[in-house]
Design a protein around this ligand. Structure first.
Ligand code: MN
Length: 304
């Protein structure tokens, strides 16, 4: 089940709740027991919408390390403040992208600003870095302007990669697409896809009928490869996120906040984080403790 499908399929993969601390309600869609990768996309959390009273701290994720991946932060409502060991201090709001490239090592924190909007709702993704760049240097980029597409009663934002004859300015390392799709008008239309990609879709709000299958929030719908287009139908306004890419082609290991290939890499990264080695740097200005790595288990695959 974990090999990319050779052709079009439609697998319904229910998400599962996960605890990221801070009392946030998180539904994890990737990795899934039956599907660990969609292209290079290897992790997807959907959080909120949650109501935050003025006195609520909101999101508070203390300094923690990453390696071998890019983090993609995308909001539907609210505001999140990012700090990292490169010295970045960047707030994001809906419509803007924060893209952090961990390379060999970086650390960051995420928090709701002291004065925050009443609601918080968003997606947190990881993209696996390929062998040739995964040991590279860390970077952080903020993209306030992304390609906006309007066609056939759809409004879409191309967050990363290529599609619908547009290309996102965000720097990624394998061919892919990440598309925020708003079905603003009621109707049916065909959405062109890259047939070389495998694709998956999650519904954020409302309901869709995709290739004659009803889709609602709470599952990842894996669509396989070889689709030239997707029939998307809605009877009321709806919102979804489409992710895809060329099959990654490398066996990926996930443990805690790390993406690697072998258990020894995880042991070393864990040891260096706990020793405050310069590899992961220091996050300055976050009012709280850094996260402690869990014990290594013999089975180095978490989130399942
Ligand atoms: Mn993180």
């Amino acid at each position: 089940m974990n090999q990319p499908a050779a052709g079009p399929v439609l697998e319904t993969l229910p998400d599962h709740s996960a605890n990221i601390g801070g009392g946030m309600d998180v539904r994890r869609a990737l990795p899934h027991r039956l599907r660990r990768l969609v292209g290079a996309w290897c992790f997807l959390d959907h959080y909120g919408p949650v109501s935050l009273a003025a006195q609520d701290a909101g999101m508070r994720i203390g300094p923690h390390p990453h390696m071998g991946l890019q983090t993609v932060s995308w909001l539907f409502s609210g505001e999140v403040l990012h700090r990292d060991s490169l010295g970045s201090l960047q707030s994001i709001r809906p419509g803007q992208l924060n893209l952090m490239t961990a390379g060999r090592g970086i650390s960051h924190s995420e928090e709701s600003p002291a004065s925050h909007p009443k609601e918080l709702h968003g997606l947190q993704f990881w993209i696996a870095l390929p062998e040739k760049t995964r040991q590279g240097s860390a970077a952080f980029d903020h993209y306030p302007n992304l390609p906006e597409i309007r066609r056939d009663g759809l409004a879409a934002t191309l967050i990363v990669g290529e599609g619908l004859k547009e290309r996102s300015p965000a720097k990624v390392y394998t061919p892919m697409i990440g598309l925020d799709l708003r079905c603003t008008d009621v109707g049916a239309r065909r959405l062109p896809l890259d047939a070389d990609f495998e694709h998956a879709l999650i519904v954020i709000e409302g309901e869709l009928t995709v290739e004659n299958t009803g889709m609602a929030p709470g599952s990842l719908y894996y669509l396989g490869r070889g689709r030239e287009s997707l029939n998307v139908e809605n009877r009321a306004p709806a919102r979804a996120f489409l992710l895809g890419g060329t099959p990654f082609g490398e066996d990926v290991l996930l443990w805690w906040n790390f993406v690697g290939r072998r258990g020894e890499e995880m042991e070393q990264a864990r040891r260096e984080w706990e020793a405050r080695d310069a590899r992961f740097g220091e996050v300055h200005g976050y009012d709280g403790p850094r996260l402690v790595a869990p014990e290594l288990t013999t089975r180095l695959k978490t989130h399942l």
